[in-house]
Design a binder for this molecule. Sequence first.
Ligand code: PMP
Length: 393
Amino acid sequence: MPYAPIYLDHQASTPIDPRVKAAMTRNEGLYGNPHSTNHLAGIGAARAVETARRQVARAIGGDARRLVFTSGATEANNLAMFGVARASSGRRGIVTVRTEHSSVLEPTQALGEMDFDVQTLPVQSDGLVDLDSVERAVGERTLLVSVMHVNNETGVIQQIPAIAEICQRVGAILHSDCAQSLGRLPLDVRKLGADLLTLSAHKCYGPKGIGALYVGNRARNRVRPLTLGGGQEGGLRPGTLPVPLCIGFGEACRAAARDVHADAERMGRLAEELLESIFAAFPRAQLNGSRRHRAPGAFNVRFPGAGSDELLDAFEGIQASSGSACASTVAEPSPVLLAYGLSPAEADSSLRFCVGRFTTEEEVRSAGDVIRRAARQLSVTSPIGRLARASVG
Ligand code: PMP
């Protein structure tokens, strides 16, 4: 009998929280243009957008006036990278890390093809960037450093406050892609110390198609817009705002700010349970990246001896993935795992899993059953059988 689907790919996207849906439905009638504040329809829409802006800003301990809505994290990352580059007349140095999301790496590569000096730092085998290497790479000529908070394939958390200190010493701007940390970890822009912060609503139980770039005080006047044609969003992101999406994003952030501690505790516990089931069924399986510096709920495991497609087939009903959704059209081993020092074969035998706010204990138990069954099945059909304990199940 086919297993009921168990969604364990919350890094790719999250389901809409019922509170978000209710807020969006409640405000369905707000058809006015939020930038037409000369009549009531526009004013109603503008008020809803400003409430949402405050809710998003509050979730990161920031100032609502510094928040620029975008279409998502991809656009926010592009605005951070190209926007800062466009505004610079002196400094030309750009420093980033090999394990960043493609929406940071590709703009960085494009800037390297212009006349910017790009350095892409390696990471250690635990996925963390070595702070000494940041210290060595960053100097008086550095314009921008971009280091993500939580990695989307492994859940590894970078040491942003320490990197912020290094950047502040030399007057470089620090951008951090926080798409994976919003709602998963308590976020406070003052504690993180980043000047620019990327957020995405659909990674924290909000709608797809909206995100934000937070432009902190030190980065003010150091970012230029990439699209022209209107003065919205402080001139940084012209165009009419999607009011229902803003409302959904705001409510998702309100819920995240309220629930993040309880969610993190629960997701952490469920993920540990799932990991234990995996290690019990596949004794040679290994965690990729740091165990300690890891966001609750997310992990990446390699199963020596099996390919990721074969594993996903065997884990029938479990919806996980072998890498970033944004790179899933590219049939190559994960660049993140290669950067951790894995061989292409090891990277190809790895899967990422991520539980979410609505994952139930029951689902985690069922996933454990599927994994034990898959271990038995693979022991017959694949070299991975050498992994599965004879005693399993
Ligand atoms: N950055 C990270 C770390 C991500 O995980 C993602 C989504 N895969 C993005 C950026 C892109 O987000 P969006 O879908 O909102 O454009």
